[in-house]
Design a protein. Structure first.
Ligand SMILES: Cc1cc2nc3c(=O)[nH]c(=O)nc-3n(C[C@H](O)[C@H](O)[C@H](O)COP(=O)(O)OP(=O)(O)OC[C@H]3O[C@@H](n4cnc5c(N)ncnc54)[C@H](O)[C@@H]3O)c2cc1C
Length: 534
C-alpha cells in the first residue's frame, strides 16, 4: 500500500472535483446533495438502503471492507460458520444502488463548520469528503475499563479479527494441551476463562463446553477434551441479567448443566499471559491459571465519537456515546445524525434492532430533506424483543409478554437469525451448516493458522509502506506459558478494573489537520498514532 494520496472527490464522480460546497448547499453531480455515512454496520447499511432511490450521492466510509453480522460472531469463532457467512463486502451489498459508493478508510476527524470528514487510508494517506448530510453509525468497541493492555492477553469479540483470533486460541489450546508434558501446563491449556456473563460471554461459554464435549470428544488420544474447564466471571449476581430474574436463573441452570463454572459477583483485577486474578464481594483475591482468557465485558464509543463531540460540542454519556435529539441529530446540527450503538438516546440498548430502525429513520429523514420537505416525526423505537443462544437446543427469548427459555426459545432464536442474516446465500448456507452442526456435532470451520491474527495491532495505525518492517512483537497473542509481558504493560496486581472516563481510550494523535476546502491534499501521511487495542 502506498501512503501518498489524498482526495476530496465527490462520491458519484470518483477523482472528480474536490472540495466542499457551502454548508447545506448542493454540490454533487447534477446538483445532488452529498451524504456521507460513517460505518457500514446495521445502522449505516440500513441508512444507505433508505437512500437508494433518493436524489443524493452517498459515500459510505467504513474502516472494514465488509458488513459484519455481529450476532453470529461467536459461531465463526467456534468453528460453525465461516467468515464469509457472517461478513459480506459492502460493495456487494450495495452494488445495485448506483448513487452509493463505498470507501474503505477510517474517519479520524470531522470538520463540522466546513462540513467535511477527514479519513485515513490503511497505512496513512488522507482523504476528505464534503457533506451536506452526515450520518454517523460507527458502533462501539470493546472496553477494558481503563486497562487496554489486557487486550493483548484477552481478545474481545467485536470484529472478524477478534473471532478468528478466538478460534485460533480455542482450537489451538486443545492442540497445545495435547502435546504438553507437564500436567499443570496441560490443565492451563484446558482452562478457558470468560470475562462477562452477558449474551456474548454466555454464548461463548456454552459453545466451548459444547465443542469440547461433542465435536472434539473422540479426536484426541492424549487428552480428554471434555475435561476442559470453562470459567465464567461477572461482577453481577447472575448471567444474562438483562433478560430479567426468571430467564437469568434459567440461563444459569442451563450453563450449570453444560458444565460451565459460574463465578458471579467477581471483579477481574488483573489479566496476564496464562492467568487472571479476580476479587469476590468479600474481598477475597483468587488467581486462576488459564491459557485462554476471552473478554466480553464492556463497550465504549470509538475514537471518532470523541472527534465528533469536539467538532460539534455534542454531549457524551459515560461510555462516550453521542447524545442526540429525538430526531437523532446533534443539537444545533440538523445536518448530522448519529445512529445505532454510538448514539445515546433514552437509554436504548445497543442491539441490532435499534441500529436498523435508527438507520432507516435517519436515511428517510435525509431523503425528505433532499426533496425539500421537512421531516417532523420524532424517532420511535419499536422493541421487538431479544434472544440469546446458550447451547444447542437451549436459548432464552423475550418478546413483548413472551418470556421463554429452553427448546422453544431456541427455535425462535433460529428463525430470527435466519431471517436477519445478511444476504440470501448466507441464509441458505447457514441453514445447511446448522443442520450439520446440530445433527452431527460437526463444525467445519475449524481451520486456523499458527501465524498470529494480529488483533492487538490495527492496520490503520501503521505505515505499511513497502519496505517498512512489520512491527516486531505483539504481547500476548500466542499466550505461551512462561513468557512474560512487557513490564510497562502490567497493571499492579490487585488493582481493580475501573471504568475509563469517556474518551480516555481514544487514540491520541489521530486527528489529521484539516485541509483547505477545494484543494486536494497531497499528503504528508498522518503520523502513525500509538498502538491501541480495539
Ligand atoms: C458478539 C456480539 C453479539 C451480538 N449479538 C446480538 C444479538 O444477538 N442481537 C442483537 O440485537 N444485537 C446483538 N449485538 C449487537 C449488535 O450487533 C449491534 O447493536 C449492532 O451491530 C450495532 O450496529 P451499528 O451499525 O451501530 O454498529 P456496528 O454494527 O458495530 O457497525 C459499526 C461500523 O462502523 C465502522 N467504524 C467504526 N469506526 C469507524 C471509523 N472511524 N471510520 C470508519 N468506519 C468506522 C466499523 O468498522 C463497523 O463496520 C451483538 C454484538 C456483538 C459484538
Amino acid at each position: 500500500m502506498t501512503d501518498e494520496v489524498a482526495s476530496t472527490a465527490d462520491p458519484a464522480s470518483p477523482g472528480g472535483s474536490a472540495g466542499s460546497a457551502a454548508p447545506g448547499g448542493p454540490a454533487g453531480p447534477a446538483g445532488r446533495r452529498r451524504v456521507v455515512i460513517i460505518g457500514g454496520g446495521f445502522g449505516g447499511l440500513f441508512a444507505a438502503r433508505a437512500l437508494r432511490r433518493a436524489n443524493v450521492s452517498v459515500t459510505l466510509i467504513d474502516r472494514a471492507q465488509h458488513h459484519l453480522f455481529q450476532p453470529l460472531l461467536y459461531q465463526c469463532a467456534t468453528g460453525i460458520l465461516s467468515e464469509g457467512e457472517i461478513a459480506v463486502p459492502l460493495r456487494d451489498l450495495l452494488e445495485k444502488h448506483k448513487n452509493i459508493d463505498c470507501v474503505m478508510a477510517e474517519v479520524v476527524d470531522v470538520d463540522a463548520a466546513g462540513q467535511r470528514v477527514i479519513a485515513q487510508r490503511v497505512g496513512g494517506g488522507r482523504l476528505e469528503y464534503g457533506y451536506d448530510d452526515l450520518i454517523v453509525a460507527a458502533g462501539v468497541q470493546q472496553s477494558y475499563f481503563g486497562h487496554p493492555e489486557y487486550a493483548g492477553w484477552a481478545p474481545g469479540m467485536k470484529t472478524l479479527e477478534d473471532a478468528l483470533a478466538i478460534r485460533r486460541r480455542v482450537y489451538g489450546a486443545f492442540e497445545m494441551a495435547d502435546t504438553a508434558a507437564d500436567p499443570a501446563e496441560r490443565r492451563s491449556w484446558l482452562t478457558f476463562a470468560l470475562v462477562g456473563a452477558g449474551p456474548t460471554g454466555v454464548e461463548l461459554a456454552g459453545q466451548i463446553r459444547e465443542l469440547a464435549t461433542k465435536t472434539l470428544r473422540s479426536e484426541f488420544r492424549s487428552i480428554e477434551p471434555g475435561d476442559a474447564r470453562v470459567l465464567l466471571f461477572d461482577g453481577g449476581d447472575a448471567p444474562l441479567a438483562s433478560f430479567g430474574p426468571k430467564l437469568s436463573a434459567r440461563a444459569a441452570e442451563i450453563l450449570h448443566g453444560l458444565g460451565v463454572e459460574q463465578h458471579m459477583g467477581t471483579l477481574v483485577t488483573h489479566v496476564d499471559r496464562g492467568w487472571l486474578e479476580v476479587r469476590d464481594h468479600a474481598g477475597q483475591q483468587t488467581r486462576y491459571d488459564a491459557s485462554t482468557v476471552l473478554w466480553t465485558a464492556g463497550v465504549e464509543a470509538p475514537p471518532v465519537a470523541e472527534a465528533l463531540a469536539r467538532a460539534t460540542g455534542a454531549e457524551r454519556d459515560r461510555s462516550g456515546r453521542i447524545a442526540v435529539e429525538k430526531d437523532l441529530t446533534i443539537p444545533g446540527h440538523p445536518e448530522i445524525s448519529v445512529i445505532g450503538d454510538v448514539m445515546s438516546l433514552d437509554k436504548l440498548p445497543g442491539v441490532a434492532e435499534v441500529a436498523m430502525q435508527s438507520g432507516l429513520y435517519a436515511g428517510r429523514r435525509v431523503r425528505l430533506r433532499a426533496s425539500g420537505r421537512m421531516p417532523d416525526k420524532p424517532f420511535r423505537y419499536r422493541d421487538l424483543g431479544s434472544a440469546a443462544y446458550i447451547s444447542r437446543g437451549r436459548a432464552v427469548v423475550t418478546a413483548g409478554p413472551l418470556r421463554t427459555g429452553g427448546f422453544i426459545a431456541w427455535w425462535i432464536w433460529l428463525f430470527i437469525h435466519i431471517a436477519f442474516l445478511t444476504g440470501y446465500r448466507n441464509r441458505v448456507g447457514a441453514v445447511l451448516t446448522w443442520w450439520l452442526a446440530f445433527t452431527r456435532d460437526d463444525r467445519k470451520e475449524r481451520a486456523f493458522t499458527v501465524q498470529e491474527v494480529k488483533t492487538f495491532r490495527d492496520a490503520y495505525t501503521h505505515p505499511l509502506t513497502p519496505g517498512m518492517p512489520e512491527e516486531a512483537e505483539l504481547p500476548g497473542e500466542e499466550g505461551q506459558p512462561g513468557q512474560q509481558a512487557p513490564p510497562a504493560q502490567q497493571a499492579p496486581a490487585g488493582q481493580q478494573a475501573q471504568a475509563a472516563p469517556p474518551g480516555q481510550q481514544a487514540r491520541a494523535g489521530q486527528h489529521a489537520p484539516a485541509a483547505q476546502p477545494g484543494k486536494p491534499v497531497s499528503a504528508p501521511p498522518a503520523p502513525p498514532p500509538p498502538r491501541q487495542a480495539r
